[in-house]
Design a protein around this ligand. Sequence first.
Ligand code: MRU
Length: 365
Amino acid sequence: MKVNDQAWRSIWREGAILHVVDQTVLPHRFVSRTLHNVADVADAIQNMVVRGAPLIGVTGAYGVALAARHDASDATLNAAAATLIATRPTAINLRWAVEQTLAQLLALDVSLRASAAFALADALAEADVDTNAAIGRHGAALLRQRWENLGRPARLNVLTHCNAGWLGCVDWGTALAALYQAHDSGVPVHVWIDETRPRNQGASLTTWELAAHGVPATLIVDNAGGLLMQQGQVDACIVGADRITARGDVCNKVGTYLKALAAQAHQVPFYVAAPVSTIDWQAWDGPREIEIEVRAASEVTHITGRTTEGRVVQVQLAPPGTAAHNPAFDVTPATLVSAIVTEQGAVAATAAGLQPLRPAHQATA
Ligand code: MRU
């Protein structure tokens, strides 16, 4: 996507050096970081220099590739994959991309692995761009349909949570791809952006992305969505996903579930946009089966901001010693989801709706 008239992706490669947009300092600074080895990649994923399910998947694939260029033995590649998968447990895309890259490399003779490694990760990155462009087309069609059904109001108010934009993917985004394409095609979209405590991906990243693209948007605190729905000020919700079960339960950034409950109470459609690779065909009952990442208590007791001199700093909110619990994701039951928008089209959040998307090699759950 364009930033200051220049096209950017969230991750790119120059020879053997991997570059990523550093998401820990946005929106205050737009800078990149270089990653040179598996340890750098694992650290970038764990500390959320890169984040968002599709992007951590692609970054993980590059991590395996970097390992292969250093030492392409089975032992090294298996160890690298295990290290990378362990960095963040919830988003299935990470495991999917790392395991796929690992399997493709292990199938090659050791002497061929180093030269093949980057091409495999590059292919995943390119596929992610095409996938998200397609999600955007299908999602924009849904939003246009909603706008038409409402009688073409002067603005279509859409609420989103966290950041499901190009920063969380290689390009375009998932939920935000739908908003970008709806906006570009003339639907008068206005976005309510949940700030998304504790890390504030909505306040820091989604605000910045939508402004760069010229999509009208308003930042709200996480607790405002219910009131806005009650007041008839939300026409639809659209969010991304970190894992979707075979029956359509959706795991996404913590707080998504509460918005889906409010949306159902107020008959507001609740759309989820995600690639087919986000579906975990082995999982059925999301609340029971999906591991929810629990992150540091300091993310709750502190908040990141910028001083007037431009330094990015952490400020303490709670008294020293305050106990804090920080689950990073929650699970929205399929019954609260109006549709799941994938690169293959929008489907019902049911086992029957998802079944046609199931790749042939995936066994029945
Ligand atoms: O903890 P994060 O910032 O990696 O969580 C990201 C989300 O929850 C996104 O909504 C999801 O990954 C979709 S990204 C296109």
